[in-house]
Design a protein around this ligand. Structure first.
Ligand code: NAD
Length: 326
């Protein structure tokens, strides 16, 4: 690839990162994509055939040499690398802090050394925590309930500070519950959508923490990729965090119902105790998002779930029979 913008994606071998790389490679305005990932929760294999079209740097965002090489000549950095889980941060808060908070600081320092490319970074709706206001507005007080949420608050605060102190063009985005193809199910910290689909396709009951009335603002990964790609190509920046979700509110029981309709079979549900650090309700106020991205066309939940189910089915070994093959 020659000409066009050079974009570096940290965490580019993860769920959102690998989807984003595929999006970026399709943009005529983008000429070069570099990925930094040390493949802890992600895997280079998630990039599939895109791996041949990116400059893949196997290394950590805590390694300044790796960052300096990956950011040399970059026009934009999308910082997604993190240990992305509330329960994981309860198990090992210091590890989450190192990767998520110190890692962000290192990326920002590397961006300064690289001449000040735009930095887009992933924050999280978990920063709202115990904040009771619904929908969640960016100017309401963050009340984190987990070490992970604190690391994400630090991430977005560092971006704002680097804009104020060094004039770095930044865009901190608060992701809500992102789902879609390439999101892995088979690990202890898996998110609800892949967990539920995998269980259903395997004929196991879906495990719901609590009574299932907790609500989430589910966002298809394609919508996230569209926003980030538009931000880079149109230089849309904001020192203040921006919710990246559409203001929808789906309870886990509703989600299970929709999955059952798409799979053609009702899902068995097994309730387990609520998890510490989990928030009851999460719904974004999307006003700021729409102001910055007036032409955003979000993927409706049903379409996104159908794409996700199709991906999970395609991953399953040939010949495995499941009760959900309609
Ligand atoms: N998926 C969601 O619903 C969601 C919600 C809110 C925020 N986020 C944030 O979005 C970002 C991407 O999340 P995801 O769901 O794609 O998770 P993921 O685990 O699939 O991706 C994270 C990637 O970062 C890499 N990584 C971890 N530590 C690293 C390090 N020290 N150096 C380099 N690479 C490292 C991992 O190997 C992985 O490929 C994360 O910052 C996460 O906190 C995600």
């Amino acid at each position: 690839m020659t000409g066009g913008l050079h974009v570096t994606v940290t965490g580019g071998a993860g769920f959102i990162g690998s989807n984003l790389v595929a999006w970026l490679l399709r943009q005529p305005a983008i000429g070069r994509v570099t990925v930094v990932d040390h493949c802890s929760t992600g895997s280079a294999s998630l990039l599939g055939s895109d791996l041949a079209h990116v400059d893949f740097r196997h290394g950590s965002v805590l390694d300044t040499d790796v960052l300096d090489q990956a950011l040399a000549g970059a026009d934009a950095v999308v910082h997604l690398a993190a240990l992305p889980s509330v329960p994981r941060s309860l198990q090992d808060p210091v590890a989450s802090h190192h990767v998520n908070a110190t890692g962000t600081l290192q990326v920002l320092q590397a961006a300064r050394r690289a001449g000040g490319p735009m930095v887009v970074a992933a924050s999280s709706s978990s920063v709202y925590g115990a904040q009771p206001q619904l929908p969640k507005r960016e100017d309401s007080r963050p009340m984190p309930l987990s070490p992970y949420a604190v690391t994400k608050l630090a991430t977005e605060a560092y971006l704002g500070a680097y804009h104020a102190c060094y004039g770095l063009p930044v865009l901190p985005l608060r992701f809500f519950n992102v789902y879609g193809p390439r999101q892995q199910a088979g690990h202890p910290y898996a998110a609800v959508v892949p967990r539920f689909i995998d269980a259903a396709l395997s004929g196991r009951p879906v495990q719901v923490h609590g009574d299932g009335t907790q609500t989430r603002d589910l966002t298809c990964v394609d919508t996230v990729c569209q926003v980030i790609t538009t931000a880079i190509t149109q230089q849309i920046v904001s020192p203040w965090p921006v919710n990246l979700a559409l203001g929808t509110r789906t309870s886990l029981l509703e989600l299970i119902g929709q999955l059952g309709e798409l799979l053609g079979t009702a899902l068995d549900v097994e309730h387990t105790p609520p998890r510490p650090g989990d928030v009851a309700h999460s719904q974004a106020d999307p006003v700021r998002l729409h102001e910055l991205f007036p032409h955003l066309t979000a993927v409706p939940l049903r379409d996104g779930l159908a794409r996700t189910i199709a991906w999970h089915r395609a991953q399953r070994p040939q010949g495995v029979t499941t009760p959900c093959t309609s």
